[in-house]
Ligand binder design. Structure first.
Ligand code: AOF
Ligand code: ZN
Length: 351
C-alpha cells in the first residue's frame, strides 16, 4: 500500500473529531507494520490527548512499535500545551519513520516538530496529500493565516430566487423553504462550526433557536449583529443557558445572565472588527444564516470562504430576494430529495 492510502485513513480518523476539537486541528494517526495497520488514534476533544499519543498508547508491543511507521496528517507538536510534546513520545518509543501530510502553522510548532524528530535521527517524509490535508483542516489553517474564523454562508431559496416572504406576508410562513432532509443537514453543519450568526432583523422576525436540535451534536455559540434593541427575555436564543449568546451592536457593552452585548464602531470595518473579536475568543469558524442584508454584507466585503445554497423546487412569486453571489468555485452540487444543494468556495480566500 502507498503512503497516500495510510494518509487517507488518518484523514478519516481525524474527521471523527469534527465539531469537538476546535480551535484545534483535526488529526488522525496510524501505525503501520509490514503494510498492516497495527494501531490507530485521533484527537477526540479539545484539551484531550493528541492523535499520535492515542495511536502509540494503543500499541503495547514495544518491539513491534520500534519497527512500525507512524503516519499522521499534521506535524507532531513540539511544545508543552495542554498536553506534553508528541515528538518526545515518538522519540522515546524509537519510531524510525514518520510520514506527515501538513506542517503545523501554529507559531509554537511551525516546523520545529519536524526538526526535533530529524535531530533525533528519525526519518521524516512530509507533503503526502498536502492539498487534501489543508482542505480537511481549512478552518485551522485559515485561522492562523488570516486571524479570522472560516466563514460559511448558508441560505435556502425558492426556485425563483426568494429567501423569505415579504414582512407583510410573514403569516404565510414560507420561511420553511428547504425540505426536512436539508434542514437536518444544516443542523449537522451547525454542530461542526464554532459559531452561528444572523442579523437583528432575522432574530426579531423569526425568533430562531440557532441550535443543532435535529442531530446529536454540540451547539455553536450564537451571534446576532445589528442595531441595539430591547429584546424579550423569552426569545428562543436565550433559553439554553449553556450556549453563549453574543450580540454585536452599535450602542452598548454589557453582560447579563442571558447574553453579552458588544459595542462596535459603526464604520466600514464593522465585520473586520467583529471577526477580530471572534478570533480573540478562539472561535475558528462561523456559519452565517441570514438574512439577505447580513449575508450580502459578508459577500460585498469579500469576507466569506464557503457558500452553501439550497434551491427548492417550488416558486414563491414574491418575497425578499436571495443574496447575489457574483463568483465562487463549485465544490459540491447534489440533489437532496426535492432540493438542490450547491456549495461554492471563494477562490480569493483559499489557495
Ligand atoms: C499534534 N497532534 O493530534 C493535535 C496537534 O493545547 P494542546 O496541547 O492540545 O495543543 C494544541 C496545538 O497542538 C494545536 O494548536 C496544534 O498546533 C497542535 N495540535 N498536534 O501533534 C494532534 N491536535
Ligand atoms: Zn501533539
Amino acid at each position: 500500500m502507498s503512503h497516500e492510502f495510510y494518509m487517507q485513513r488518518c484523514f478519516q480518523l481525524a474527521s471523527f473529531g469534527e465539531g469537538l476539537v476546535a480551535p484545534n486541528p483535526l488529526v488522525g494517526a496510524v501505525l503501520v507494520h509490514k503494510g498492516e495497520i497495527v494501531s490507530e488514534g485521533f484527537h477526540h476533544q479539545f484539551g484531550g490527548p493528541h492523535a499520535e499519543v492515542a495511536a502509540l498508547q494503543n500499541m503495547h508491543d514495544t518491539e513491534l512499535l520500534k519497527k512500525s511507521v507512524l503516519y499522521v496528517n499534521l506535524e507532531p507538536c513540539s511544545h508543552f500545551g495542554k498536553t506534553p510534546p508528541c515528538t518526545d513520545l515518538i522519540i522515546e518509543k524509537q519510531i524510525g519513520l514518520v510520514v506527515i501530510s501538513n506542517q503545523d502553522p501554529f507559531p509554537q510548532v511551525n516546523g520545529s516538530g519536524i526538526q526535533k524528530l530529524k535531530a533525533a535521527g528519525i526519518e521524516v517524509i512530509t507533503g503526502i496529500l498536502d492539498q487534501e490535508g489543508k482542505f480537511l483542516n481549512r478552518r485551522f489553517f485559515n485561522f492562523h493565516k488570516v486571524r479570522k474564523p472560516w466563514i460559511i454562508l448558508k441560505w435556502a431559496q425558492t426556485n425563483d430566487g426568494f429567501i423569505a416572504p415579504l414582512p407583510e406576508n410573514k403569516h404565510e410562513r414560507v420561511a420553511l423553504i428547504s425540505n426536512s432532509e436539508s434542514r437536518t443537514l444544516v443542523h449537522h453543519w451547525r454542530s461542526q462550526e464554532s459559531a452561528i450568526l444572523i442579523g437583528m432583523n432575522t432574530l426579531v422576525s423569526d425568533n430562531p433557536f440557532l441550535n443543532s436540535r435535529m442531530v446529536n451534536g454540540k451547539n455553536p455559540v450564537k451571534i446576532v449583529l445589528g442595531n441595539h434593541r430591547q429584546l424579550p427575555a423569552d426569545l428562543n436564543i436565550f433559553q439554553d443557558k449553556n450556549t453563549p449568546v453574543l450580540i454585536y451592536n452599535f450602542s452598548v457593552t454589557e453582560k447579563n445572565e442571558n447574553a453579552e452585548w458588544i459595542k462596535l464602531e459603526k464604520n466600514d470595518q464593522v465585520l473586520e472588527n467583529l471577526l477580530h473579536d471572534l478570533y480573540n475568543r478562539g472561535l475558528n469558524s462561523l456559519i452565517v444564516e441570514g438574512g439577505t442584508i447580513t449575508l450580502s454584507s459578508f459577500i460585498n466585503t469579500g469576507l466569506w470562504n464557503e457558500a452553501r445554497v439550497f434551491t427548492a423546487s417550488h416558486k414563491s412569486g414574491s418575497g425578499i430576494k436571495a443574496p447575489d453571489l457574483p463568483h465562487g468555485k463549485e465544490i459540491r452540487n447534489q440533489v437532496i430529495d426535492t432540493d438542490r444543494l450547491t456549495c461554492l468556495i471563494n477562490p480569493e480566500n483559499y489557495n
